[in-house]
Design a protein around this ligand. Structure first.
Ligand code: SF4
Ligand code: SF4
Length: 81
């Protein structure tokens, strides 16, 4: 399991992370952030692999991924997607 955190106040709700998450666990929240956008959030972190694709795709560096104690995908015996 990975752990993703969102700097909600920086999100512009573009949806790129929603589109590219291979587990489809990111959605745009119903509420608005301080910028007036629906910010991205994760729905089921137990399914997050920590692949980091969401963070790579985000143009505004909103997302941080905890690599399971520093081990990137491929070094911890699981598929990145
Ligand atoms: S790290 Fe990967 S599985 Fe987890 S939310 Fe981001 S894209 Fe989805
Ligand atoms: S890619 Fe970044 S800016 Fe776009 S919705 Fe996701 S977190 Fe927000």
């Amino acid at each position: 399991m990975g752990l993703v955190t969102f700097r909600e106040e920086r999100c512009k709700g573009c949806g790129l992370c929603v589109e590219f998450c291979p587990k489809k666990i990111i959605v745009l929240a119903d509420h608005f952030n301080v910028l007036g956008f629906h910010p991205a959030t994760a729905t089921d972190l137990s399914r997050c692999t920590g692949c980091g694709i969401c963070a790579w795709m985000c143009p505004d560096v909103v997302i941080e991924v905890d690599w399971n104690g520093g081990k990137p995908p491929g070094e911890r015996g699981e598929s990145p997607a």
